[in-house]
Design a protein around this ligand. Structure first.
Ligand SMILES: NC(=O)c1ccc[n+]([C@@H]2O[C@H](COP(=O)([O-])OP(=O)(O)OC[C@H]3O[C@@H](n4cnc5c(N)ncnc54)[C@H](OP(=O)(O)O)[C@@H]3O)[C@@H](O)[C@H]2O)c1
Length: 264
């Protein structure tokens, strides 16, 4: 048997990828990566029209169609209707990117019980959407890939000096959330391997948008071995590895793309 070429392994032609938060700062580059590799993309947004707008701008090298659906991962009903809407629009889902994130800018000094628990709900959203996806793959006797978006802050503690006298610290509940998502990835990978569903986590390091306080960004740069911040497109290759057949023997892993932040 001829072994697959590298082009075939990374090719997503004929696949459908559902991504939450595809309208966001990193989500747009992640969506572009999947679309450029040939996939049909379903952008899930809390606002359907926003999802459709983003989908309409995605490239389509192999003629794939892109869609926008309404999905709020903090709302159990919306999570299910959103998944149904994606399947109805695109016919199937082969790849799930759990990337959406809704959180409070409150840190360990001022977070409330309600805010802490609501932020943790992003993890149950990631799980229940992944379980819908797993059931859909099993029903179709197909194979699928889930990529959870974690964070370097799910692996290491904060860097207090970056935030002091500038802004609130990285939220304590965010560290609990992302650490939990990375560990949940391993758990689901063990159970769903037999179902031909791979589950991996992609953990970005510092990728601040223009909205981030400049002083904080400068301090983060000084701490990073590469002395610079990540650009959203620098996640594209890692995402494609985990989402495509190029990663067929990879499951339960957390791939950090952080300029070396967690290496020291
Ligand atoms: N930027 C970084 O430095 C960095 C570092 C490490 C990890 N991350 C992770 O990377 C992911 C993307 O971050 P980002 O910087 O691109 O953030 P962002 O620009 O704020 O985008 C987040 C997206 O999540 C969606 N969202 C919000 N609440 C949601 C909900 N309840 N249900 C479903 N989707 C929801 C929003 O889309 P709609 O408004 O269209 O619903 C939004 O576009 C997040 O998981 C984040 O934790 C980011």
């Amino acid at each position: 048997m001829m072994e697959p070429t590298i082009q075939q392994l990374f090719d997503l032609t004929g696949k459908v990828a559902l991504i939450t938060g595809g309208s966001g700062y990193l989500g747009q580059s992640l969506s572009n990566a999947l679309a450029e590799a040939g996939a049909s993309i379903v952008i899930a947004s809390r606002v359907r029209e926003r999802g459709r707008q983003v989908a309409s701008k995605l490239p389509s090298p192999a003629g794939a169609r892109h869609f926008g659906v309404q999905l709020d991962q903090l709302d159990d009903e919306s999570l299910n209707t959103g998944f149904d809407e994606a399947v109805a629009a695109a016919g199937q889902v082969d790849i799930l990117i759990n990337n959406g994130q809704q959180g409070h800018a409150l840190d360990l000094t001022n977070v409330t019980v309600e805010a802490f628990n609501q932020d943790l709900k992003n993890a149950s959203g990631y799980f229940f959407l992944a379980r819908r996806f797993r059931d859909h793959i099993v029903d179709r006797k197909a194979a699928g890939a889930v990529v959870m978006i974690g964070s370097m802050y799910g692996v290491v503690g904060s860097y207090p000096d970056a935030y002091e006298d500038v802004c609130t610290a990285s939220p304590v509940q965010y560290h609990a959330l992302k650490g939990g998502i990375i560990q949940m990835t391993r758990h689901l990978a063990c159970y769903w391997a037999k179902d031909h569903v791979r589950v991996n986590c992609l953990s970005p390091g510092p990728f601040p948008s223009e909205k981030a306080p400049q002083e904080m960004v400068e301090r983060l740069k000084q701490k990073n071995p590469m002395r610079r911040m990540g650009e959203p497109h620098e996640l594209k290759g890692a995402l494609l590895l985990l989402a495509s057949d190029a990663g067929n023997y990879i499951t339960g892993q957390n791939l950090l793309v952080d300029g070396g932040w967690t290496a020291w």
